[in-house]
Design a protein around this ligand. Structure first.
Ligand code: PMP
Length: 422
């Protein structure tokens, strides 16, 4: 194992726990990454040192909490290349809430019959369901950019779909099933040529590569803390400042107002206008520590490492003739995950058998049912990697596939089981 990786693994004590009698092999990072000491120590520092509500008190603890919380916004803005700092960076609960914030703020207010939203066939339900429901309520259409057989977006189709009536394009930066890295800059340019706003779901991108929202020229960009070595309960929404200024709030309540009378209210400035009620204070501060941690490791290194692990896994999986893998073929850029199926074995059975060996993967539709329909499969098994994973762990996964194959062949190779799977 590379010396750096051993040192990185030491920062994540959970990686040395066992599952039953086996050493944990954690390959479910696209769902949630593990959290290093440097990040969860922040919770102890906060709760033992300066726990208080923000923005409401004149006392020292409230002041300290407010400063740390506000600076955390600046840190996350910097992490994704947003030069406007905190005024362009809203803390939400997660990517899902960030998408809903834009759907309520822009979608429900701006869309109407005759308008369309352009999205892709590879969206996570967080975005797909949201735009679908906004479209139902406003009378707008949703159009889906096709995914080709290599798991890539058909850019000619995108150019046909984006037209004068496109108010918004909502695309995923990196697919959580195919691992495809979409050409978001090119697509954003196409959408802007038609004066459409661009929302990007970066849940699988920000953890794994250097993202610069200004280079992409995204109008809105969302991601989650728990997928980037940060805590659960906090996510981010970037928005260009002038758009956040003019956008309607999503949630009403304390903190987000400027002046309230019995008759009417006015709004605070961004980002506080979009952070009603007590926000995720400790979580936000810990997320800034996660950004520091990732920058210390180096985002270029994280990206390189993930690509290496994905290529290795792909190579080993495609050697087998009983495995089908999805997404861009070997040698092409992809994020650190591989979704696959082992011939004749239901994903949930495989996942349970792998768990008996301490290997954590995910099986199911990964919140992309329409994409699985498009691939004509009921579900898939997804192994997803982070900077701390090793090729040894991938070898263990592959060895376990053989064992699983044998066990299932002997116990379940009945016609009845085959009928259940297919
Ligand atoms: N979009 C993508 C591409 C994702 O992978 C996920 C998480 N699986 C989400 C959105 C939703 O993230 P969250 O559950 O943190 O809101």
């Amino acid at each position: 194992m590379h010396e750096d990786i051993a040192a990185i693994r030491d920062d994540f004590p959970i990686l040395s726990r066992s599952v039953g009698d086996e050493q944990l092999v954690y390959l479910d990072n696209a769902a949630t990454t593990q959290t290093p000491e440097q990040v969860y120590d922040v919770f102890e520092e906060f709760y033992a040192g300066y726990n208080a509500n923000v923005h409401r008190g004149i006392h020292t603890l409230s002041h300290e909490a407010s400063v740390a919380y506000e600076e955390a916004h600046d840190r996350l803005a910097e992490f994704i290349g947003a030069s406007g700092g905190r005024e362009e960076l809203i803390f939400t609960k997660n990517t899902t809430e960030s998408i809903n914030l834009v759907a309520y703020g822009v979608g429900l207010n701006e869309l109407g019959p005759g308008d369309n939203v352009v999205t892709t066939e590879m969206e996570h339900h967080a975005s797909l369901v949201t735009w679908q429901q906004v479209a139902k309520r406003t009378g707008a259409d949703v159009r889906f950019i096709r995914v080709d057989d290599d798991g890539k977006l058909d850019l000619e189709h995108a150019a046909e779909l984006i037209d004068n009536d496109t108010q918004l394009m909502s695309i995923v930066h990196v697919s959580n099933v195919l691992g495809t890295v979409n050409p978001v800059e090119e697509l954003t340019e196409l959408a802007h040529e038609q004066d459409a706003l661009v929302f990007i779901d970066g849940a699988q991108a920000v953890p794994n590569r250097r993202v610069d929202v200004e280079e992409i020229d995204a109008d809105f960009y969302a991601f989650s803390g728990h997928k980037m070595a940060g805590p659960t309960g906090v996510g981010c929404l970037y928005g260009k400042h002038h758009l956040l200024e003019s956008m309607e709030p999503f949630l009403y309540g304390g903190e987000m107002i400027r002046h309230v009378t019995y008759e009417d209210s006015t709004w605070n400035r961004p980002p506080w206008k979009f952070e009603a009620g007590t926000p995720p204070i400790a979580e936000g501060i810990a997320l800034a520590a996660a950004a520091d941690y990732l920058d210390d490791v180096g985002m270029d290194f994280v990206e390189e490492r993930e690509n290496e692990l994905a290529q290795y896994a792909l190579e080993r999986l495609t050697e087998r003739d009983d495995v089908e893998v999805y997404g861009p073929p070997l040698g092409e850029a992809r994020s650190g995950l591989v979704a696959f199926n082992l011939d004749g074995v239901h994903g949930h059975d495989l996942s349970a058998l792998l768990d008996e060996r301490g290997i954590a993967v995910r099986a199911g539709d990964h919140c992309t049912q329409p994409l699985h329909d498009r691939l004509d499969i009921p579900g898939s098994v997804r192994a997803s990697f982070y900077v701390y994973n090793t090729t040894d762990e991938i070898d263990q996964l592959l060895d376990a596939l053989d064992v699983a194959r044998d066990e299932l062949d002997s116990h379940l190779a009945s016609e009845q089981y085959h009928d259940l799977v297919y």
